[in-house]
Write a protein that binds this ligand. Structure first.
Ligand SMILES: [Fe+2]
Ligand SMILES: [Fe+2]
Length: 275
């Protein structure tokens, strides 16, 4: 099974800065002829507040002509600790206009799981319900191998690191996920959000950061991170095991966020550095 992972398209009918990269991305997906496309979030620029961003981006996804699954990013459903926190209204808007924020799909010998990584660390009923659901999905996997997809990475430098704010999962839910992944032999956790490409390892689970198709981040990232500052996508080959590669997508313009930050980002998000 060949899965193309695209991420961080940051599409919007009102803020068109990155819409031009959609055409080359869609053409490349068509050429690759994957069995499935998985979008790991930040579908939009401001879907957290604007229904029209979600509607516009979902309509473009639906033109791909390949089955496509998608999980939300912080630009789509908000992020805790900002003026656009994840809340019931934002989750309802995503579920109504795009689809479930978590999902499971069995394909042959593989169980694919999509997680709403923006719930991690909220400590509310939504997070508890997702964890219960994930635990069941892993426990009932039978002989299948598992690949998990979410927006935020589990960590940046080290599985034992502390808080990284916007960038990675909080330490406690990260530990919970890594323990679950180890207990159930999860082969892959693939994410977006950092707008960087990197392939590594967390215990026995392969970790992949797919590069965004929209933009890269320069000095405003405020810290050094692993991986490459490139635009592109990722390809996962799921067979007797998983083999992943970062992909170059011809025709993508590597916009630099630093140049358009004030125009592109919702004012609320600029309180902290967010991608
Ligand atoms: Fe993000
Ligand atoms: Fe993003």
């Amino acid at each position: 099974m060949k899965i193309v992972q695209i991420t961080d398209t940051h599409l919007s009918p009102g803020k068109c800065h990155f819409n031009g990269n959609w055409g080359p991305l869609a053409e490349w997906v068509e050429c690759e002829q994957p069995d499935l496309v998985i979008h790991t979030g930040d579908l939009t620029i401001d879907g957290a507040d604007l229904a029209e961003d979600l509607v516009y981006a979902k309509a473009l996804l639906d033109t791909l002509g390949v089955p496509c699954l998608v999980v939300p990013g912080n630009h789509d459903v908000g992020h805790a600790g900002t003026a656009q926190p994840v809340d019931a209204a934002r989750l309802a808007r995503w579920r109504d206009l795009v689809g479930p924020d978590r999902w499971m799909a069995d394909r042959g010998d593989w169980r694919l799981i999509g997680l709403n990584s923006l719930l991690l660390g909220l400590g509310d009923d939504e997070e508890a319900a997702q964890l219960e659901w994930l635990t069941q999905a892993l426990a009932m996997r039978g002989d299948r191998r598992v690949a998990v997809f979410g927006h935020k990475p589990l960590f940046l430098d080290d599985a034992g690191e502390g808080e990284t704010g916007y960038w990675g999962a909080q330490p406690a839910p990260r530990r919970t996920l890594l323990d679950l992944f180890a207990a159930h032999d999860v082969a892959l956790y693939a994410s977006g959000h950092l707008h960087r490409g990197w392939i590594g390892q967390g215990g026995t689970t392969a970790l992949v950061w797919a590069p965004a198709s929209s933009f890269v981040v320069g000095a405003m990232a405020g810290r050094v991170m692993p991986g490459e500052s490139v635009v592109g996508a990722a390809i996962h080959h799921l067979g007797s095991d998983v083999r992943s590669e970062l992909a170059t997508v011809p025709g993508l313009i590597p916009h630099l966020l630093d140049d358009v930050m004030d125009e592109v980002y919702p004012a609320a998000v600029q309180e902290g550095v967010s991608r």
